[in-house]
Ligand binder design. Structure first.
Ligand SMILES: NC(=O)C1=CN([C@@H]2O[C@H](COP(=O)(O)OP(=O)(O)OC[C@H]3O[C@@H](n4cnc5c(N)ncnc54)[C@H](O)[C@@H]3O)[C@@H](O)[C@H]2O)C=CC1
Ligand SMILES: O=C(O)[C@@H]1CCC=N1
Length: 273
């Protein structure tokens, strides 16, 4: 249990903060009582408190009590939170993990006015079920602390270390990506309903089929087209459907969407200033 001596403050107990906390505890490597979640209205964290987590609306106190500080607020909420906790930070003790989109390590250090070690992480909502793909980067953390952060996120899914310059791209591909694939599954289910299945059955069938497709790639390490070739019988119905989708811009829509999300992610914090 790597984290048994570490206390964790997750500033911003919203979608991701809660999902991260739950995923960490579900991994069996972290204890709920070592994790404090903050948000302005702590009533909304009552369900977490019932499960043994701590809740607070005082970021400075939560930080003072923690070894690891996770920044999990929105980009537009970041500056006021950093201003509020600055006095409570001890750079020799605190390790920062930021999952805030579009915020560089240097942005955090500049705003805090203190040189703390910061590791940026970009997970996705599948962190709640320990199936996240998390991209990690740091310009100033020690190898030990980067390893520690990798271990945290490895407990809730897969990790990859990337250059900080690619973090907005990672945001589009892995964080926004969950929504893109979910929308694809919804579209498949809608098609399924139109050709005869009840909506609930169609959704379950589409979701399991999507899981199977992703698992084939991860299991065999193969290229999608290799797996597609195994499905498309000559003169068959798969290639007919696939080509119809491509004539309507299926791949192009996904590529353009990912590029749009990446450029938006890059500007989310700076546009607030
Ligand atoms: N939702 C997603 O799939 C992903 C989000 N992110 C990033 O993670 C961060 C959090 O995103 P979400 O959890 O989706 O947002 P969210 O809006 O669900 O959570 C933010 C939380 O911060 C709380 N908050 C606001 N001001 C606060 C303050 N002064 N002190 C303490 N808490 C405060 C809000 O009440 C809210 O609960 C964002 O920067 C986002 O870009 C990163 C990866 C995936
Ligand atoms: O939509 C957003 O801005 C956040 C960042 C990545 C996923 N959700």
């Amino acid at each position: 249990m790597i984290e048994q001596y570490k206390k964790i403050a997750i500033l911003g107990g919203g979608n991701m903060g809660i999902a991260l906390a739950k995923g960490m505890v579900a991994s069996g490597k972290y204890r709920a009582e070592d994790i404090t979640l903050t948000r302005r209205n702590t009533k909304l964290l009552d369900a977490m408190v019932e499960q043994g987590y701590r809740a607070s609306n005082n970021n400075a106190l939560a930080v003072a009590d923690a070894d690891i500080v996770v920044l999990s607020i929105l980009p537009q909420q970041l500056d006021s939170v950093l201003d509020n906790i600055s006095e409570s930070i001890d750079p020799s003790r605190h390790l920062f993990i930021s999952i805030v989109t579009g915020v560089a390590v240097t942005d955090i250090i500049t705003r805090l006015g203190k040189v703390v070690e910061v590791v940026r992480a970009m997970p996705n909502t599948a962190i709640a079920i320990r199936e996240s793909m998390t991209c990690i980067t740091s310009k100033n953390a020690s190898p030990e602390n980067i390893k520690l952060v990798k271990e945290i996120f490895s407990a809730v899914g897969e990790t990859v270390e990337i250059e900080e310059e690619l973090m907005s791209s990672a945001t589009a591909l892995v964080a926004c990506g969950i929504a893109f694939f979910l929308r694809s599954i919804r579209a498949a289910a809608q098609g399924g309903t139109e050709i005869g299945f009840h909506a609930g059955d169609a959704l379950r069938m589409a979701a399991q089929t999507a899981k199977g497709a992703a698992s084939l790639l991860l299991h065999f390490g193969s290229h999608p087209e290799n797996e597609i070739d195994k499905v498309t019988s000559p003169k068959g119905c798969t290639i007919a459907g696939l080509n119809e989708m491509e004539h309507n811009g299926f791949s192009s829509a996904m590529i353009k969407g990912i590029k749009t999300s990446a450029s938006k992610a890059e500007k989310l914090y700076t546009d607030e200033k």
